[in-house]
Design a binder for this molecule. Sequence first.
Ligand SMILES: Nc1ncnc2c1ncn2[C@@H]1O[C@H](COP(=O)(O)OP(=O)(O)OP(=O)(O)O)[C@@H](O)[C@H]1O
Ligand SMILES: Nc1ccn([C@H]2C[C@H](O)[C@@H](COP(=O)(O)O)O2)c(=O)n1
Ligand SMILES: [Mg+2]
Length: 238
Amino acid sequence: MWRRVASVSHLTFAQKSIVNKDVCKLKFWEAFSTGIPRKEKGTFQRDKTPFITFVLGGPGSGKGTQCMKIVENFGFTHLSAGDILRREIASNSADGTMILDTIKEGKIVPSELTVKLIQKEMESSDNYKFLIDGFPRSEDNRIAFEQIIGAEPDIVLFFDCPEDEMMKRVLNRNQGRVDDNIDTIKKRLKVFSALNLPVVKYYLERGKLYKINAVGTVDEIYKQVYPLFAQFNFEQQV
Ligand SMILES: Nc1ncnc2c1ncn2[C@@H]1O[C@H](COP(=O)(O)OP(=O)(O)OP(=O)(O)O)[C@@H](O)[C@H]1O
Ligand SMILES: Nc1ccn([C@H]2C[C@H](O)[C@@H](COP(=O)(O)O)O2)c(=O)n1
Ligand SMILES: [Mg+2]
């Protein structure tokens, strides 16, 4: 379990994000050097500040597919916002019907709900490395994450894929998803352009975005992804 302890409430938002980043970086590297062992089930993992990666891209751009390979090589915990919401539907929770209707319409679920579900997953994890896939999908998502979780991403991946290729992949996906049909995919692509691209621009302007050409084979695309994580020298996977 991890908690962010830095309190910088007296600073302006802009100052906060700089201090936060520096504080986090300092804590992150301190943890590496002085990592106080935590009681883990059978393994000792040094206590570390969370390393957060946001994974952006349109429907069918290959986010989930590439996340699986990053998990394999670098031991991240893959939190797909879409999968978390689908599990909420399957649990027949009070919000399940609203989430299902929203997803069928290709729209975005209220941010506070999605963020709190992601927060629950992070806080119940023994890992400190997180891939948050399909998030943030909007400025509202991004702001809600910062306000509720009080953290910012360390890096942001953006899988850039032409609409016709995304359409083709989604329609061939055969995973029984309610949103894998021509009507919903068209709506999702409109939502992506209108709401997700401003988030891409936000992180591009802050130097956190890595834009990846998502056309080609899975391995060709992953060749662009691997070095982005290798640069951090995460401990080797046992
Ligand atoms: N490089 C690729 N070339 C061809 N097909 C691919 C490629 N990468 C992924 N796919 C396939 O395309 C479909 C969509 O991939 P994936 O589920 O990873 O996309 P996604 O970005 O997570 O989509 P969504 O946002 O809808 O969850 C899957 O059936 C996957 O097997
Ligand atoms: N941040 C998010 C992520 C996903 N959703 C909803 C809307 C998406 O179309 C759907 C499926 O997501 P995917 O599995 O394609 O990443 O889930 C959302 O509302 N907010
Ligand atoms: Mg996905």
